[in-house]
Design a protein around this ligand. Structure first.
Ligand SMILES: Cc1ncc(C[n+]2csc(CCOP(=O)(O)OP(=O)(O)O)c2C)c(N)n1
Ligand code: SF4
Length: 339
């Protein structure tokens, strides 16, 4: 059957969107609804899965299948859904607390297993829903109601963690940059394997302006560098600055002062070591890399491998499914506990 021609409206629900006015989650919701019609799947093939938090309200607002699960368990549930029906297109949307604190374990394991799904981390560096406690991505020294003397924790680095966990597509984008978000999101959803997108998201109530250096036009050209495969890392309002590698470490240089474009680092999205280098580039010392930082194709996905085993087990089986179950129940792997 030919695919219906969708518009963003087809993905909207009749639910009142209950985020605070000005929250960055609105822009992400709009951008996701705009991107889905380009992906070429039926609406009923999408499943949006979330944990608990403000960002985790996302599935209510998408006219697709969806599950609002429990805190930190979105990826465990999403993995189960993918295994049960590998045809589904799964997008997990949740916050930094949900995905990196209580759910940190599941995030690592989904990534290392290369489950075929997309994770959208709406990173506002705070717990929004529970009213502004520090989160695993909050900067050290962050003063909140739960850390009146400043958080003693050093933050988790989501991109470095994704690199270390073996994630096969790793990207970063910003809530207000809809065009950039769109390109990155389409790429992530089309990727076979785990794709992870860190979205710098403004929580204008509890952590306003946390990412303004990267999102506002006065500062973003100097504070970020957009990476594109095969292109040199050039940035700055006048596009006169670049990144050079020296002994494996990045260095900010000014083009024209004994440095030419040919000296600059050229983005190679297939280079995991480079992705780790990018994860270490932090404002204000460096511009922060934005875009698809790493993409690996050809690695088998968890769901494929599990289904290969199911297929192989069925091939080896003699008789009907019912007989196989009986064989299993009466098989050699049973024992009697003596009184
Ligand atoms: C088991 C459990 N522990 C704690 C909570 C309380 N809780 C709800 S949401 C949340 C964190 C939300 O922060 P984040 O994931 O960053 O999402 P945001 O609200 O900022 O979008 C916490 C700690 C809970 N609901 N369940
Ligand atoms: S508390 Fe923050 S993250 Fe939650 S809806 Fe309000 S602005 Fe958005």
């Amino acid at each position: 059957m030919p695919l219906p021609t969708y518009t963003p409206k087809d993905f909207a629900t009749d639910q009142d969107v209950r985020w605070c006015p000005g929250c960055g989650d609105y822009a992400v919701l709009t951008a996701v609804r705009k991107a889905l019609p380009k992906l070429g799947h039926r609406r009923e093939d999408y499943v949006f899965v979330s944990g608990i938090g403000c960002a985790a309200r996302f599935p209510y607002y998408m006219n697709t299948y969806g599950l609002h699960t429990i805190h930190g368990r979105s990826l465990a549930v999403a993995t189960g859904i993918k295994l049960a029906n590998p045809e589904l297109q799964i997008c997990v949307v949740s916050g930094d607390g949900d995905l990196f604190s209580i759910g940190g374990n599941h995030t690592i394991h989904a990534m290392r297993r290369n489950v075929d799904l997309t994770v959208l981390l709406l990173n506002n560096r705070i717990y929004g829903l529970t009213k502004g406690q520090y989160s695993p991505t909050s900067e050290q020294g962050k003063v909140t109601k739960s850390s009146p003397m400043g958080s003693p924790d050093f933050p988790v680095n989501p991109i470095a963690l994704a690199v270390a966990s073996g994630c096969t597509l790793i990207a970063r984008t910003i809530d207000v940059d809809m065009k950039h978000f769109d390109a990155v999101y389409v790429r992530a959803m089309e990727h076979k394997g785990t794709s992870f997108v860190e979205v710098y998201q403004d929580c204008n109530i509890f952590n306003h302006k946390a990412w303004f250096y990267a999102s506002q036009k006065e500062s973003k050209f100097d504070a970020t560098v957009v990476v594109e495969h095969g292109k040199p890392l050039i940035f700055g309002k006048d596009r006169d600055k670049g990144i050079r590698l020296r002994n494996g470490s990045p260095e900010v240089v000014t083009i024209g002062h004994g440095v030419s474009e040919a000296d600059l680092l050229v983005h190679d999205e297939t280079d995991r070591t480079l992705a780790f280098v990018y994860s270490q580039m932090a404002h204000p010392e460096f511009p922060e890399p934005i875009g698809v930082l790493y993409a690996e194709t050809g690695k088998p996905t968890y769901d494929e491998l599990v289904h290969e085993q199911i297929h192989a087990a069925r091939e080896q089986r003699k008789g009907t499914e019912a007989e196989a179950l009986q064989q299993l129940l009466h098989g050699a792997e049973t024992w009697t506990v003596e009184q």
